[in-house]
Design a protein around this ligand. Structure first.
Ligand code: AP5
Length: 222
């Protein structure tokens, strides 16, 4: 099962992806997380990506595609994956098509004012990556992850100016992918201005408890 989660920054792709990982037993592949890991480790890739990310601009396609290619070629992706934040441009979608066939594209939709509220109140666990929101999904104890006790931090690009720019970049460079995948008959759009449980039920309803999932679960590891 190879899934793309499409949608504007802050619509809830990461939140839903983490639930799908549990449900289907396939990894979440977030290009944003991969870039952030590289920045933290101070790699050359991280150095290239940092300036773009802080401004809310897209990292150039060639850099992003080669990172993605390497990631989905790893063993844990052999039975499928959930792409979160990739592709983000038509050239990225075309490059992906050459690498593999996608089964489903879930397009999460939400008004801008809700997105801005979600992003400016987002906190992420610095240890396990769990996602919280000070307003909608708060941690039990302020500043501390419910799951692992790690410190909750705010992302650099969750400042008001970068958020506005990310939304603009989404409209210009990423939103044409909605039509692109719709034309291929792969797209399902889902109202993401609801609570995560309701969204998840609808997403799973679209993806199904398919035989493919049962196969993935019953197949012995090679
Ligand atoms: P990336 O990390 O992918 O960020 P993004 O797409 O901007 O998406 P976010 O992670 O901000 O939001 P999300 O939709 O995952 O929402 P979340 O679940 O966290 O990319 C960052 C940067 O990396 C880019 O700007 C770019 O520079 C670079 N990059 C990455 N991929 C690239 C690519 N392919 N090409 C080029 N450059 C690339 O939720 C947000 C908040 O809302 C949280 O607080 C959460 O708790 C809350 N929330 C979520 N769902 C709900 C709900 N249903 N109800 C209430 N609250 C909710």
């Amino acid at each position: 099962m190879k899934i793309i989660l499409l949608g504007a920054p802050g619509v809830g792709k990461g939140t839903i992806a983490k639930e799908l990982v549990i449900k289907y037993g396939i990894p979440q592949v977030s290009t944003g997380d991969l870039f952030r890991e590289n920045i933290q480790k101070g790699t050359d890739l991280g150095k290239k990506a940092k300036a773009y990310m802080e401004k809310g601009e897209l990292v150039p396609d060639d850099v992003t595609v080669s990172m993605l290619r390497e990631r989905i070629s790893r063993q844990d992706c052999r039975k499928g994956f959930i792409l979160d934040g990739f592709p983000r441009t038509i050239p990225q979608a075309e490059a992906l098509e050459e690498l593999t066939a996608i089964d489903n594209v879930i397009n999460l939709e939400c008004p801008d004012e809700i997105i801005v509220m979600r992003l400016s109140n987002r906190r992420t666990c610095s240890k396990c990556g769990a996602i919280y929101n000070l307003v909608t999904i708060p941690p039990k104890e302020p500043g501390k992850c419910d799951k692992c006790g790690g410190k909750l931090v705010q992302r650099e690009d969750d400042k008001e100016e970068a958020i506005r720019n990310r939304l603009e970049v989404y409209r210009k460079q990423t939103s044409p992918l909605v039509e692109y995948y719709d034309r291929k008959g792969l797209l399902v759009s889902i109202d993401a201005a609801r609570n995560p449980d309701e969204i998840l039920v609808e997403v799973v309803g679209e993806l199904g408890e398919s035989d493919a999932v049962e196969e993935i679960r019953s197949e012995p590891d090679q």
